[in-house]
Design a protein around this ligand. Structure first.
Ligand code: CUK
Ligand code: CUA
Length: 622
């Protein structure tokens, strides 16, 4: 077995201290500004006023808990979608529904957005995401670009390895970065190998109800699961994920989890796992159906792979998967067909934690080591099946041919790219055209804002023989991953349609009213240019009086059925704000515990008389 030692020590240090090699590319023209084709680059990213971008880019907001939407090729940031964190700009986490969805959490760590798929192609309907910080999964409706459901995933700690959906959005799999005792019970760390587990959850989505559900879970060995990808076409029933810390170290992971020459790729058949659940081959753990692979065999296999791998990506044709080794400068190409054969022939190199290990040589097709390319992390593909791998340490994108291993091109980026994303890059039919490098460090790229700088995203033109960086924009923390979809696949609505079944909705001024039930006050009001009407029959229809201690519900409908005429609803000095989009009905609830006089006002500038869109909340003292 080949050793990965030569660069290990230096590389390890390099990886930990991040980009070591800013100056390594002095032979390239290293900045966009210095590029002799500045003008032609500018033309390529210029989207004239009145025209729209060709692609949407959905970028992970990392520990901001949000998702950022950009247009490509202009790289203009269009929108922030709050997912796992509150957002005063849209009232997300303030109105009753989103507050309930957030479940009291005030942050999340969103790493990998995943678009819903039909036959392995993005269908433009939904976006999924997971939260490493507080172990949740979410779905965003792309008709309105709003989060529709969030579920907490029990028995798991940090579903980093997600979200990647199967080719018809049957499942998204959430394996975890951290091993913990099942149910996160107390167990001393000395018991790590015996009592701790990394748990993978299979989550399904009910498109009609827009709800997520946990179908089952799998109690994997106590390792860290890093990245995953679902199979495609002939490998469609399968999925792969990388592991590190198969050493089962419990401290100083940077050294202790980097001992072994090989970690594993986990290869699993999700149809067989679903069948096991049907056959009752699971145990109930904290209300979840938990499969224990050491007892129920036949759906999960391990494949050795070079030292602490990070990304693993399935080729668009579904025939291969490519692992990138953080601590080995190697992209390893594996063959699904070879893996299936090895499984059939029981071509095992023993077992680990009760799971069969396939012979490396029987599954591996080729090891690719571009010269001096260090820190390969993630791979994307173009329309010709060519691969683009990010090199975190040598700060570049390497284009190579997975069929031959030949390096085709290299381009420096600034600096230390984590993921990159290609146009329609995770589908069975990527577009080529564009790749965006999601760089961890922008360093000297933009005006300084002090010691901490923004991350950066660089747009790379793939249309020529050579890759060309044509734009660079700062990005908020933290673009781990993104997906890029053809803009015409997304069909947003202009206004919310009237909902005759919504008991909180009010569409006519004469139906506005205030209803009291004991100490509950329900206001059924409307927002329109440029006033609130809470009770049309009142002397002052735009003010509400309640008693101190009342539980107050404002149900507000925006009756401006007019695209982009959105209203806000804020109560001054009550720490409350929400948005009511055109046609939408939204509710905010609170206890009026502070007596006094509190102005109500619209927070979205909606007309020439927006400043006049005010009223009062009077809270009468006890
Ligand atoms: S991870 Cu950040 S660079 Cu969370 Cu996909 Cu690889
Ligand atoms: Cu409504 Cu401003």
């Amino acid at each position: 077995m080949k050793k990965w030692i030569p660069i290990a020590t230096g590389l390890l240090a390099g990886f930990m201290t991040a980009a070591i090699s800013f100056a390594d590319f002095s032979n390239h023209s290293n900045t966009v500004a210095a590029n002799s084709d500045t003008k032609s680059n500018a033309e390529k990213v210029y989207v004239p006023f009145g025209q729209k971008d060709e692609y949407y880019l959905f970028a992970s907001g990392g520990h901001s808990g949000q998702m950022f939407i950009y247009g490509v090729p202009s790289m203009r940031e269009i929108r922030t979608i709050p997912v796992f964190s509150p957002d005063p700009a849209t009232g997300y986490g303030f109105d009753s529904e989103s507050k309930k969805m957030l479940g009291g959490y005030t942050w999340g760590d969103l790493h990998h957005p995943a678009l819903s798929e039909t036959n392995g192609d993005y269908n433009g309907k939904f976006m999924f995401a997971t939260d490493v910080g507080n172990s949740r999964a979410a779905v965003v409706d792309l008709k309105t670009f709003t989060t529709k459901d969030i579920i907490k995933i029990p028995n798991t700690s940090g579903p980093h390895c997600a979200a990647f959906v199967t080719q018809n959005t049957e499942y998204m799999f959430l394996p975890t970065r951290f091993a913990t005792p099942l149910g996160q019970k107390y167990e001393p760390l000395d018991q790590y190998s015996k009592k701790y587990r990394g748990v993978m959850s299979a989550v399904t989505f009910d498109e009609k109800k827009e709800k997520l559900h946990i179908a089952y879970q799998v109690a994997l060995p106590p390792w860290s699961y890093d990245l995953s990808d679902a199979g495609k076409k002939s490998s469609g029933d399968w999925a792969v994920m990388t592991t590190y810390n198969t050493e089962e170290a419990t401290s100083t992971l940077e050294i202790n989890a980097s001992q072994a020459d090989r970690d594993y790729i986990v290869l699993f058949n999700w149809k067989q796992l679903a069948q096991m659940v049907k056959d009752g081959k699971y145990e109930n753990v904290g209300g979840q159906k938990m499969i224990f692979p050491e007892k129920e065999k036949g759906a999960i296999y391990l494949i050795p792979v070079a030292k602490s791998p990070h990304g693993v990506d399935v080729t668009p044709d579904g025939k291969r998967f490519i692992a990138a080794g953080k601590l080995a400068p190697t992209m390893t190409v594996f063959s699904f067909a070879k893996a299936f054969k090895a499984i059939e022939n029981k071509d095992f190199a023993g077992e680990r934690n009760g799971i069969p290990v396939l012979q490396y040589k029987s599954v591996m097709e080729r090891e690719v080591n571009p010269e001096n390319a260090l820190g390969p992390l993630h791979t994307q593909f173009d329309d010709k099946g060519m691969a683009y791998t990010t090199m975190f340490i040598s700060s570049e994108i390497v284009k190579w041919n997975p069929n031959t291993g030949e390096t085709l091109d290299r381009v420096p980026v600034q600096y230390s790219p984590g993921h990159s994303v290609a146009a329609e890059g995770d589908t069975v039919a990527p577009d080529g055209k564009y790749l965006v490098a999601l760089n961890k460090l922008s360093k000297d790229s933009y005006l300084s804002v002090g010691p901490s700088h923004p991350e950066s995203m660089q747009l790379i033109d793939l249309s020529g023989k050579k890759m060309k960086v044509i734009q660079s924009v700062p990005a908020n923390p933290e673009p781990h991953y993104a997906q890029m979809i053809k803009a015409d696949k997304i069909k947003t609505i202009n206004v919310y349609p009237k909902d005759p079944n919504n008991p909180d909705a009010v569409y006519k001024q004469k139906d506005t009213r205030i209803v009291r039930k004991g100490n509950e006050v329900h206001v059924y009001g409307i927002a329109m240019r440029s006033r609130f009407i809470f009770d049309h029959s009142a002397k002052r229809p735009d003010s509400v009086e309640v008693n101190q201690g009342d539980k107050v519900f404002f149900h507000l409908t925006n009756i401006d059925f007019d695209e982009d005429i959105t209203h806000g609803f804020a109560i001054n000095n009550y720490n409350l704000n929400m948005e009511v989009q055109p046609g939408q009905t939204n509710t905010i609830e609170f206890t009026a515990d502070k007596a006094g006089t509190y102005p109500i006002y619209c927070t979205n500038f909606c007309s020439a008389l927006h400043q006049e869109m005010t009223g009062y909340l009077l809270v009468k003292p006890k």
